[in-house]
Each structure stands twice: as structure tokens, then as C-alpha cells.
Design a protein around this ligand. Structure first.
Ligand SMILES: N[C@@H](CCC(=O)N[C@@H](CS)C(=O)NCC(=O)O)C(=O)O
Length: 206
């Protein structure tokens, strides 16, 4: 049985859970991180020395880094669909995965924690404003890219849509003003029609 460690409301854990469900592999999830703790336990650190979630175990393979987990699950369980075999086709989505890892986590965290997850006394609204600006700029680039292709992975849904999809859910569901991004919203609406996205990503942001 494949196992994924991580609290369900973590954006990075959601990537792994959504992808595992999407490729149809049976898995169990074990709560870890946040209020569940456990990340400094020696047994956990032996699996993931970074002390972060998600962490995945599939047979003898133990691995971490959410985008690498998505790549592994797609390659292992959905070759030819979520993980295109042609290198050029695969590169389409692959670059958006790296893009998402570079541009989105910091502003996402600035928004989620300062608008929702921290108590009022700990909130830093200047940090939230910087996060909002960076996120709006990043998603404007993503919106423009969808003028040329229906999915970040290319003509069909693929692994390249998964990391951005998790961050887009947060961005589009926070109670904030956003610049118009009609192509991004049309792509996001298609994600909401996927049962695996609805099950693992569309949960309360708190
Ligand atoms: N680059 C790592 C980042 C992982 C990460 O930052 N995970 C956060 C949750 S989103 C974490 O473990 N935070 C500590 C905690 O939840 O207690 C990845 O993509 O997997």
C-alpha cells in the first residue's frame, strides 16, 4: 500500500494526494505536520531529513519534495497520459511545475497565513500585500499562457496542471480582490469538475 504523510490542508500535500487519486493508485494518508506534529520524530526524519510534508512511501521507495512526488506518481502510474512519453510534450508541463515551485509558495504562504491562519496579533498585513502583488503578477503570466493552450500541460490535463492547480485553488478562494484572469478561471473551472481535485483540494482553507 502506498502511504503519504501530511496534513490534508497543506498545499504541498494536496499535490501528492490529488495526483495519487488522479492516477488511481490505492493509498493511505497519515496525518503529520501542523497541529499533528511528528516531523521531528527520529523515525520521520529518517524518511524525510527536511522535517517537512509531504513524504511518500511506495514499496522500498521513500521520497519527498511534492513536485518530485507528482512526477513519480505520474511516471509510475500514468505514463502516456499525466506523464507524456515524448520529452517535448512532457517538457510543456514540466516547466510549469518548476515555475510554480519558484514563484508561488512564498506569496501563497504570505496570503494564507496573514489572512486566515494566524491569530490577529500575529498577522502582518504588509507581508500579505506583498504576497498579493506577487501572486497577481504570477497568475497574470499563467493566464496569458492559457491563450495558446487549454492546459499548462498542453492539449490535455497532465502533471503540469497539478502544482499550479493547488495554488490557484487558494488564490481564487480567498476573500480578496483579484485582477481579471478569464483564461485561468476557465481552466480552474475544468479542474473543479475532476473528482480527485474536488476530493483533495477543494477543502476549507483554514
Ligand atoms: N519544497 C517542499 C516544501 C514542503 C513544505 O514546505 N511543506 C510544509 C507544508 S506546505 C511543511 O511541512 N510545513 C511544516 C508543517 O506542516 O508542520 C515540497 O514541495 O514538498
Amino acid at each position: 500500500m502506498l502511504t503519504i504523510w501530511g496534513r490534508a490542508n497543506s498545499t504541498n500535500v494536496k499535490k501528492a494526494l490529488w495526483c495519487a487519486e488522479e492516477v488511481g493508485v490505492a493509498f493511505e494518508r497519515i496525518d503529520a505536520g501542523g497541529a499533528f506534529g511528528g516531523l521531528n520524530d527520529p523515525a520521520y526524519r529518517a524518511m524525510n531529513p527536511n522535517g517537512l510534508v509531504p513524504c511518500l512511501k511506495d514499496g522500498d521507495l521513500v521520497m519527498w519534495e511534492s513536485n518530485a512526488v507528482v512526477r513519480y506518481l505520474a511516471a509510475r502510474y500514468a505514463p502516456g497520459t499525466l506523464y507524456p512519453e515524448d520529452p517535448a510534450a512532457r517538457a510543456m508541463g514540466d516547466k510549469w511545475m518548476d515555475w510554480a515551485l519558484f514563484y508561488l509558495p512564498e506569496p501563497n504562504r504570505a496570503l494564507l497565513y496573514n489572512l486566515l491562519r494566524r491569530g490577529p496579533a500575529e498577522r502582518d498585513m504588509e507581508e500579505a500585500a506583498r504576497g498579493h502583488k506577487a501572486m497577481a503578477e504570477a497568475f497574470a503570466i499563467a493566464d496569458a499562457a492559457l491563450a495558446h493552450q487549454p492546459y499548462f500541460s498542453g492539449e490535455a490535463f497532465g502533471m503540469g496542471d497539478i502544482p499550479i492547480g493547488c495554488f490557484a485553488y487558494n488564490w481564487l478562494n480567498l476573500d480578496i480582490e483579484r485582477p481579471a484572469a478569464p483564461r485561468l478561471e476557465a481552466w480552474y473551472k475544468k479542474l473543479t469538475e475532476r473528482p480527485a481535485f474536488a476530493r483533495w483540494v477543494m477543502i476549507p482553507l483554514t
